[in-house]
Design a protein around this ligand. Structure first.
Ligand code: NOJ
Length: 525
């Protein structure tokens, strides 16, 4: 099986996020690498995923673990070589797996030659490639914009050599590019093409909503002066993110992707306002974007129903959001919800109308490590621990892992779960395989149905197939009264031990504590 030429392959895809540093280490230096990932492609094929999204692998001083790029057209030696990358893409494609890479366009590293040139002199030809401004008296920041990271304070750093400040929406090691400069746009277009020409199948676009900032660098309104990230206000807008002009850049990216055909733009748009988020995808901009509010919900059926329905109502017709239970920025689901609920969460993410994106290790229920020695500027180390291939750790590296394993490795690992039919890994495989074979899950409609306080229930339907997904969020049995459904359906997949193929009464629908269930509703009943 190899990748098809189907243009909209992503509509029915399951994506798997590989945090490369922590996935699989081939050369024994304790850092995951491209050859290590190559050696695990068969595992991913067996899991059933259609695409991998690779975290940044470019040369980087690691001020923000690779989100500070010093060369967009190279591979950091810690991860391998460009030849390794090409081999990976080839081997993945042979197995029917597409490869997405992280595109970090809002900022570079201070170590990027563009910034070296820009900061060398006020008259440097590349001065305007970044955002420079005179300080206020006392070398104070030019305006009240804040870095997204609390630890970094203001979004400006004074540069004594040229007596101006540069803007950094993240760490001082990540100066923001000036997207109002056509040369920057042209340089970044070359980067897109560099990777598209190498055969990548698309990009995950880092902080896509931040590319443009207020041209006059005006202060954020006083009411929003505390805001480090997008903050919803009934009338006021922030001036350092989510500007309408940003959509033009994303459209341009889309046009380039369309020239190639079959390429995906998946946006990271950390905006929890449904209407604002909906503008970024599904039209002539990016194809899809992560549903941020999804992972902010408390473990309550009503909360998830509200957020899923909210974005569904705001989206353009035909648009698809991307659902992730965790990422390298978001604590793991087994830590947030607990091991049992992680099974229900998995069923939800893999059966909603949208593109599921599985963070490595979620499929075995890895938990976060207690905050280790704070390598990351924003305290996100806990969810970035090495993949638990086995109880010894040798499956990850023969050397000393760059970061300790999370607790629980002895039980929570691939080797222990792959032959255990009751394991989370086997549930993931079953759900992904089921989804792949189901027209209703792959591409059908979605409609949530009233099912009482404890149960989030929805219908997925396509011509010839109707499925009811019912998720009991409570740790007590549920008896959900559903209207407009026949008296009985057929159990397909349960997160518990209910056998597939057994009849399920729907008046009421009885679920075990914390059970998630996919039920086939026979046509004509
Ligand atoms: C979002 C990335 O996911 C995160 O890890 C990073 O710190 C910021 N963007 C800045 O690039």
């Amino acid at each position: 099986m190899s990748v098809t030429t189907q243009a909209e392959w992503w509509r029915a895809a399951v994506i798997y996020q590989v945090y490369l540093r922590s996935f699989a280490d081939r050369d024994g230096d304790g850092v995951g690498d491209l050859p290590g990932l190559l050696g695990r492609l068969d595992y991913l094929r067996e899991l059933g995923v259609d695409a991998v999204w690779l975290s940044p692998f470019h040369p980087s001083p690691l001020a923000d673990f690779g989100y500070d790029v010093s060369d967009y057209e190279a591979v950091d030696p810690a991860y391998g070589t460009l030849a390794d990358f090409d081999e990976l893409v080839h081997a993945a494609h042979e197995r029917g797996i597409r490869v997405l890479i992280d595109l970090i366009m809002n900022h570079t590293s201070v170590a990027h030659p563009w910034f070296a040139e820009s900061s060398s002199d006020r008259a440097a030809p590349k001065r305007d490639w970044y955002i420079w401004a005179d300080p206020r008296p006392g070398n104070e920041p030019p305006n009240n914009w804040l870095s997204s990271f609390e630890r970094c304070g203001p979004a400006w750093t004074y540069h004594p050599e040229t007596r101006q400040c540069y803007l950094h929406s993240f760490t001082p090691g990540q100066p923001d590019l000036n997207w109002r400069n056509p040369e920057v746009r042209a340089a970044m277009r070359r980067v897109w093409r560099f990777w598209l020409d190498r055969g990548v199948d698309g990009f995950r676009i880092d902080v896509a909503h931040r590319l443009l900032k207020d041209a006059g660098l005006r202060d954020n309104p006083a009411e929003l002066a505390h805001a480090r990230r997008h903050t919803v206000h009934p009338t006021l807008r922030m001036r350092n993110l989510d500007l309408p002009e940003t959509l033009q850049v994303l459209r341009e990216l889309r046009r380039t992707l369309d020239e190639y055909g079959g390429k995906l733009a998946l946006g990271e748009v950390p905006i929890s306002d449904d209407r604002r988020l909906a503008d970024y995808f599904g039209g002539d901009g990016m194809h899809t974007a992560f549903h941020l509010a999804f992972w902010e919900q408390p473990w309550q059926a009503a909360a998830f129903r509200r957020t899923v329905d909210g974005l569904a109502a705001a989206m353009r017709p035909g648009a698809l959001p991307t659902y992730a239970l965790a990422t390298h920025d978001i604590p793991r689901s087994a830590s947030r919800y607990g091991a049992a609920r992680a099974r229900v969460a998995a069923m939800m993410a893999l059966t909603l109308r949208g593109i599921p994106c599985v963070y490595y290790g979620e499929e075995i229920g890895m938990t976060d490590a207690p905050p280790p020695d704070a390598l990351d500027v924003d305290g996100r180390d806990g969810q970035r621990t090495p993949m638990q291939w086995d109880a010894t750790g040798l499956g990850f590296t023969a050397g000393k892992p760059w970061m300790p394993f999370a607790p629980g490795q002895a039980e929570v690992n691939v080797a222990a779960q792959q032959d255990d039919p009751g394991s989370l890994l086997r549930l993931y495989r079953r759900l992904i395989a089921y989804r792949r074979a189901s027209p209703a899950l792959r591409g059908g409609d979605y409609r949530s149905v009233e099912a009482g306080d404890d149960v989030f229930a929805y219908l997925r339907s396509a011509p010839g197939e109707r499925l009811l997904v019912a998720l009991n969020f409570a740790s007590r049995p549920a008896a959900a009264v559903l209207s407009g459904l026949p008296g009985e359906g057929l159990a397909e997949v349960s997160t518990g031990d209910r056998p597939a193929g057994s009849a399920v009464g729907l008046r009421p629908l009885r679920l075990a504590p914390g059970e998630g269930l996919i039920i086939r509703i026979e046509e004509g009943t």
